[in-house]
Design a binder for this molecule. Structure first.
Ligand code: ADP
Ligand code: ZN
Ligand code: ZN
Length: 808
């Protein structure tokens, strides 16, 4: 019988922790609740053994799962993530298990040594609890210390009930370090419940209202959620009366996912020859039960989704499971409704609108095998399905697949590793595959499948590039819209067709400048210019959320000549209104899409023909299929070309291709007007010609020359601190370490100031590490982490981002 277990805890430390089992016997992969410093934490059991640790082991507090929460395959996947991305195993497992809702947090306090000393001092009648507090407050502080003394921590509610202390007073004592706060955890069942009315045998007389209710229930097979019945607008007493007479029974059930009525486009087509060929390849890959990766490179509107769904249906019919990953913005309620219609209750749909409790509920459904098709964003790759046959990653190039906090994993790459362990097939799909993925396709590592045509042989839109420098020379005016774009929009309005206009920058004016002294108004926490938001009448930082009133005079020199420069989507909308007053205009950006459903509402209005024009940021560029749009105008999408990031051209090419792909998806052909100040840039040229292969070739040559992915593995090592000297000190120390080490085959660039030199109060420096050998890169990073631990440099000050997508 093992006496101990090792537990991976969600703390930034590279080790597992040993606990004594006591009477509990968890299985490997189960969650347990354990004491850790002043906290109680839930962690995952990684091993059971009887090797006593050097220091006395504490007992585990309770076992949260009877069966493993993570099966062997997922445990192994977690270990891989931990190794590859250099992230603590416990933090990885926490990310893999969306069950936090089952562990409730409660504020609790305990007394510290300093608190005990203060208590004794005052009890001896000597110097009392000297402070700026009133005598009454001092008395309360004394009672708090007295109450906590000898207790092993107490919940806030208990402390306050016993001492009448306010939270403010308690927090004041925390600041004085007399007491410490700890967050305790207690488990609870967070599965969302839904009340269902069941119709029993009806005897006796019914009044008119009761009749309506009974008939409604009978018409739905005798069972309906209570919330649906409340929609009937009958008095509450009607249902209550029926329940009292036992004609209707109410039961509680775990709520499955449900979507309110979305209109679905009928899917009554048969797959094209190209689609069938791709599907046949995937079906064969799945049937072989061997690991494989296929990359579908399919132009916009080529019907990739129909192929995914057919492949997933085949998996379902074979009694196996499939996961579909979509980018953050891809899982609109419409997409979810379509999946629900295709797969019914067999599908679990993990979208961002779910509460933590709902997420946990879906997790359990998948775990029990009730849902064998899982659709969701990044973390759905960890769904606990059994008998995994297929993982599809839609829009595989989308940056939202990379998690921007520890563990900084990439959902696509984790999907591939999971499939490798499970002997499953992976399908990556995109109109603009990431360079790394297409490279793997070219080298035969992935099977490259092409969908060259749009469905029903619809043409790709014609793209016209407008050189805005020439436009200025010819008109003598610096206009937002070129003459060409204005003419095209006018034509659409006259013909009753629709247009979208992209400006990939939100707010009203991105720069607030003083004309007297030349200063721009900057964020207090970041080295970033604040953006003017006219509707809200505020200046906002788009990086940290800081906001302030719009200044009437310059904060630096006091002059009144404060100017708002440049254009964001908010101003674009205003200008469009001005230019086309008769048009109905909608806007999509992070300011108009704030609540669940906002995004969908605007797109539905466009689809229903209630809007003529839609303006917005990159949000308008992807994940939807609106047939009335025959014109896409790009007012600004090339700012990114100026970013000091080796992926800037690729990002721009992708965005332009995606947004152009929104035009002409219905029976009417589409057209794109692309305004730019860099018409000769290859990203723009190739996007205008729909030439992915051309872009790929050129970009690949540049990457090779510059030693960037896919020819090297890259990691970004970010040093950050609120104290400039500290950031510099750490960066210097790490730089010297690299110099001494001189790892062969590793290029170290830096330390240099990060392009965002200050962000969220932190000063930032970075190193970019490149190596043709991933093993070498990882070995160096691991050695560095060891070194940082020895030198006690806190984990928060050094961020290791393996396969970083952004070097800003
Ligand atoms: P993609 O993701 O490749 O841009 P979608 O999967 O969104 O394209 O498909 C575009 C549209 O074409 C959708 O409305 C879809 O229902 C429709 N579609 C898919 N396959 C066919 C087909 N074989 N014939 C007709 N329409 C199709
Ligand atoms: Zn000024
Ligand atoms: Zn800021």
């Amino acid at each position: 019988m093992p006496e101990f277990c090792d537990v991976a805890l969600p703390v930034p430390l590279e080790t597992v922790f040993t606990y004594r089992l006591g009477s509990a016997t968890p299985v490997r992969g189960a969650r347990v609740l354990v004491p850790f410093r002043t906290l109680r934490l839930a962690g995952v059991v990684t091993a059971l053994h009887d090797r006593a640790p050097k220091v006395a082991a504490k007992n585990i507090l309770s076992v949260l799962d009877d069966e493993p929460a993570l099966d062997d395959g997922l445990m192994k996947l977690g270990e891989w993530i931990s190794q590859y991305y250099l992230a603590p195993l416990g933090e990885v497992y926490r990310t893999m298990l969306p069950l936090a809702a089952e562990v409730r947090r409660a504020r609790a306090y305990c007394i510290t040594a300093a608190g005990q000393e203060a208590l004794y001092r005052s009890a001896e009648g000597g110097s009392s609890l000297r402070s700026r507090r009133t005598p009454a407050e001092q008395m309360t502080e004394y009672s708090v210390l007295d109450y906590l003394n000898g207790r092993d921590g107490a919940r806030e509610a208990g402390v306050r009930a016993a001492t009448k202390a306010s939270r403010r007073l308690l927090e004041g004592m925390v600041r004085k370090k007399w007491i410490a706060r700890e967050d305790t955890a207690a488990t609870r069942d967070a599965r969302p419940q839904r009340r269902i009315a069941l119709l029993r045998e009806v005897t006796g007389k019914l009044n008119a209202n009761q009749k309506v209710l009974v008939e409604t229930l009978a018409a739905s097979g005798g069972r309906l959620p209570v919330e649906v019945l409340s929609g009937l607008e009958l008095p509450k007493s009607t249902l209550a009366g029926l329940v009292r007479r036992k004609l209707v029974e109410i039961v509680e059930e775990e709520a499955p996912f449900s979507i309110s009525g979305m209109a679905l486009r009928p899917e009554d087509f048969s797959l094209s020859a190209e689609q069938r060929a791709v599907l046949a390849h995937i079906d064969a890959a799945v049937a072989s039960k061997k690991f494989s990766v296929s990359l579908i490179h399919g132009v916009t509107g080529s019907g990739k989704t129909a192929v995914y769904l057919a492949a997933m249906q085949a998996v379902l019919d074979a009694g196996r499971s499939a996961i579909l990953l979509v980018p953050e913005i891809g899982l609109t309620p419409a997409a979810a409704a379509r999946l629900q219609a295709t797969f019914g209750e067999q599908a679990a749909i993990l979208h961002s609108g779910l509460t933590a409790g709902e997420r946990a509920g879906q997790w359990h459904r998948i775990r029990r095998g009730e849902a064998r098709i899982v659709v969701g964003t990044r973390s759905a790759v960890f769904a606990p399905v059994a008998n995994l046959a297929l993982i599809v990653v839609d829009e595989e190039q989308d940056p939202s697949y990379k998690q921007e906090e520890t563990p900084r994993y990439h959902g696509r790459d984790v999907a591939i590793m999971r499939a490798k362990h499970a002997g499953a097939a992976v399908v990556l799909g995109s109109a603009t595959p990431a360079l790394e993925s297409f490279y793997n396709g070219q080298r035969g590592k992935y099977a490259l499948l092409e969908l060259r045509e749009r469905v029903e042989q619809r043409p790709l839109p014609e793209v016209e590039v407008v050189d805005m420098r020439a436009e200025f020379r010819e008109t003598g005016e610096d206009q937002l819209f070129s003459r060409k774009l204005v003419a095209e929009i006018r034509e659409r309005l006259e013909r009753g067709e629709q247009a979208m206009i992209l400006l990939n920058r939100r707010g009203y004016s991105p720069v607030v400048l003083c004309r007297a002294c030349g200063e721009t108004v900057q964020c207090q926490n970041c080295a970033i210019a604040l953006t003017h938001h006219k509707g809200r009448n505020r200046l906002l930082c788009h990086y940290c959320g800081y906001q302030q009133a719009v200044p009437e005079t310059c904060p630096k020199c006091g002059s009144e000549y404060v100017q708002f420069l440049g254009t964001g989507s908010e101003k674009l909308e205003e200008r469009i209104h001005g230019a086309f007053p008769q048009a109905r205009v909608g806007r999509l950006d992070r300011d108009t899409v704030r609540a669940r459903g906002d995004f969908e509402r605007v797109l539905n209005a466009l689809d229903a023909g209630e809007l003529d024009l839609l303006v917005g940021t990159q949000m308008i560029a992807k994940g939807h299929d609106i047939h009335g749009v025959t014109l896409v105008g790009v007012v600004g999408a090339d700012f990114a070309l100026g970013f000091p990031d080796f992926r800037a051209a690729e990002r721009t090419f992708q965005l332009l291709t995606q947004v152009a792909g929104r035009a002409g998806r219905g029976t009417m052909p589409g057209r794109v007007v692309l305004q730019t100040y860099y018409p000769e840039h290859y990203a723009i040229q190739f996007a205008a010609r729909h030439d992915y292969a051309g872009f790929y070739e050129k970009e690949l040559r540049y990457r090779k020359w510059m030693h960037y992915p896919p020819f090297t593995a890259v990691a970004n090592l970010l040093i950050r601190s609120e104290k400039l000297e500290e950031a510099l000190g750490y960066a210097g120390a790490i730089g010297r370490w690299f110099e001494k080490r001189r790892a062969p085959g590793l290029r170290v660039l830096g330390p240099s100031a990060a392009p965002l030199t200050r962000l969220k109060r932190d000063y930032r420096y970075h190193f970019v590490l490149k190596s043709e050998s991933r093993e070498r890169l990882n070995a160096t990073l691991r050695a560095l982490q060891q070194r940082l631990a020895e030198q006690k440099i806190p984990a928060r000050n050094v961020v290791v981002d393996v396969d970083a997508l952004s070097l800003l």
